[in-house]
Write a protein that binds this ligand. Structure first.
Ligand code: DGL
Length: 267
């Protein structure tokens, strides 16, 4: 079991921000990634539909030998909440890991959250933060266009469209004087530079995908499930739409070309 893969899924490519961190901190692990690129975005859908998609994504990963599942999607994590439907395997979303880190590092007790409409509507991050630190002020902002910009490659720091959209979304959060901002959707680290520039150097940004990866390491360690493979592990990617589009765009998330096999699958 300890050399089984870590299963990671997202509505598209955002979960690759978790894969990137997993590869950095757990290089000996095999990763099986599923990106539901045919049905993205999840963030503008109803909780019932998101839940149905999430169950199908997990069922797909379970067809492979996986020892843990990471819902590397802020939207899925928010809808699943603290009632996860995977109970026989270690499972994590991104909300709790990111909330824990934010609560630990904020100095002024003001935390911003940006995410998809479904994530912000669910109040998932606020609830997780207030469970840990009830006195913290939370300022949330939905950023519906970010996922589309990122999936379509509008990721350059200088891209005027991305900057304009980001200014519109981030100004209300910046004005609230937060010192910590959770990138509550796993797509957002790809435009981190633009976000950082607009928020200013005193605001710390938290990647929810990367925090979930760190949490997964702690979780596997505690259960003695870390791989004892001697060499590096392998990444295998499955997507529900074009593999070419995935390969072309995945570099923005991984900061390198895709290494590993990429397959198209249907659920
Ligand atoms: N990466 C997903 C998230 O973290 C994107 C959401 C979407 O599909 O709209 O929320």
């Amino acid at each position: 079991m300890r050399n089984d893969a870590i299963g990671v899924f997202d509505s598209g490519m955002g979960g690759l921000t978790a894969v990137k961190e997993l590869n950095a901190i757990l290089p000996q692990e095999n990763i099986i990634y599923f990106g539901d690129t045919a049905r993205i975005p999840y963030g503008s859908r109803s909780p019932e539909t998101i839940m149905r998609y999430a169950r199908e994504d997990v069922a797909f990963l379970r067809q492979h030998a996986v020892k843990m599942i990471i819902a590397a999607c802020g939207t899925v994590s928010s809808v699943v909440g603290d009632r996860p439907f995977v109970t026989d395997l270690p499972f994590t979303g991104v909300v709790l890991p990111a909330a824990e880190t934010a609560c630990r590092i904020t100095k002024n007790g003001r935390i911003g959250i940006i995410g998809t409409p479904a994530t912000v509507r669910s109040g998932s991050y606020e609830k997780a933060i207030h469970k840990l630190r009830p006195e913290v002020a939370v300022i949330s902002q939905a950023c519906p266009l970010f996922v589309h910009l990122v999936e379509n490659g509008y990721t350059d720091f200088r891209n005027p469209v991305t900057r304009l959209v980001a200014e519109e979304y981030l100004e209300p959060v910046r004005k609230e004087g937060v010192d910590t901002l959770i990138l509550g959707c796993t797509h957002y680290p790809v435009i981190r530079e633009v976000i950082a520039d607009l928020m200013g150097p005193e605001v710390q940004l938290i990647s929810s995908g990367a925090e979930a990866a760190k949490y997964a390491r702690r979780c596997l360690e505690a259960r003695d499930l870390l791989s004892d493979r001697k060499g590096p592990g392998e990444n295998t990617y499955y997507v529900s739409d074009s593999t070419e589009m995935f390969i072309e765009n995945a570099g923005h998330f991984l900061h390198q070309d895709v290494v590993g096999k990429v397959f198209r699958c249907s659920l």
